[in-house]
Design a protein around this ligand. Structure first.
Ligand code: BGC
Length: 254
């Protein structure tokens, strides 16, 4: 089976994005195709969109998808920014049925982290690496000497007695009309708290907001150097494809 090209899909709170990935080079070889996330973002409605993305690319091979919640062996366990009816659904099955292609689903931040460590700003980094994706939610990933601990969910630690995600994510910035400086100071508080908890050697900021890095990186005061993700908001698509390649190989016994 040829696994050089895989369709990667990133399911987000505001958009579902897909592209065909060259898994050897870690790049998209097509334009990104985006459909707004249906509201309410129920499993059936999102599965239909995922099916449309596969159809758009006339895709018949394996698919990898990143989902914004905890995923254990393809089963969703949380759904912070999508509909609660996702919980305990078998997403590998749901999306495989919707696309007619063998689909593997993982946590979206884990997917982005895999891509960033192999092909981006995390490449070759030794020690503990923390990657935070800033978008609708706060996704967190830790690699220890290149090894991932999946489903970390540290975007939900408490800050000022409430879920950090409500205080420091990009959705909070938009919701409360914060200017970049105000938001960046809040996000810095989050990073400082994370530093106290996990002592990363390197910090990478990914997700949609990473494109605007020049507006806020100077506010960060952590001991570890903070750098923007290199793959920016394509990391989720590339990483989902990489994970699909891994599982497809495993299943075929090669
Ligand atoms: C979810 C995580 C997800 C992150 C980024 C959080 O609300 O709990 O699972 O990785 O958002 O989408």
């Amino acid at each position: 089976m040829k696994l050089k090209r895989i369709l990667g899909i990133d399911i987000g709170g505001s958009g579902v994005k897909g592209g065909i990935v060259d898994t050897k080079k870690g790049i998209l070889i097509t334009e990104r195709y985006r459909i707004p996330t249906p509201q309410p973002a129920t499993p059936e409605a999102v599965a239909e969109v995922v099916g449309k993305i596969a159809k758009h690319f006339k895709w018949e091979g394996p698919i990898g998808a990143g989902f914004p919640g905890v995923i254990q062996q393809g089963i969703a366990r949380t759904a912070a920014n999508v509909d609660n009816s996702w919980i305990d659904k078998d997403l590998n099955k749901l999306f495989s049925n919707a696309t007619g292609c063998n689909t593997h689903v993982v946590n979206d931040a884990d997917a982005a982290g895999m891509a960033e460590v192999k092909f981006g700003a995390g490449n070759g980094k030794k020690g503990t690496l923390l990657l935070v994706t800033v978008g609708t939610g706060l996704g967190t990933v830790i690699f220890s000497n290149g090894k991932l601990v999946p489903n970390l969910e540290m975007g939900h630690i408490l800050l000022h007695g409430a879920d950090a995600e409500l205080y420091a994510t990009d959705a909070a910035r938009k919701k409360h009309n914060m200017d970049w400086d105000t938001w960046a100071k809040r996000f810095n508080e989050y990073l400082l708290r994370m530093e106290e908890l996990v002592w990363p050697d390197h910090i990478i900021i990914g997700g949609g907001a990473s494109k605007k890095g020049d507006k806020f990186f100077h506010h960060f005061t952590t001991k570890a150097k903070v750098v923007p993700a290199k793959l920016m908001n394509e990391a989720g698509i590339v990483g989902a494809a990489m994970v699909s390649k891994y599982y497809t190989k495993l299943e075929s016994g090669k």
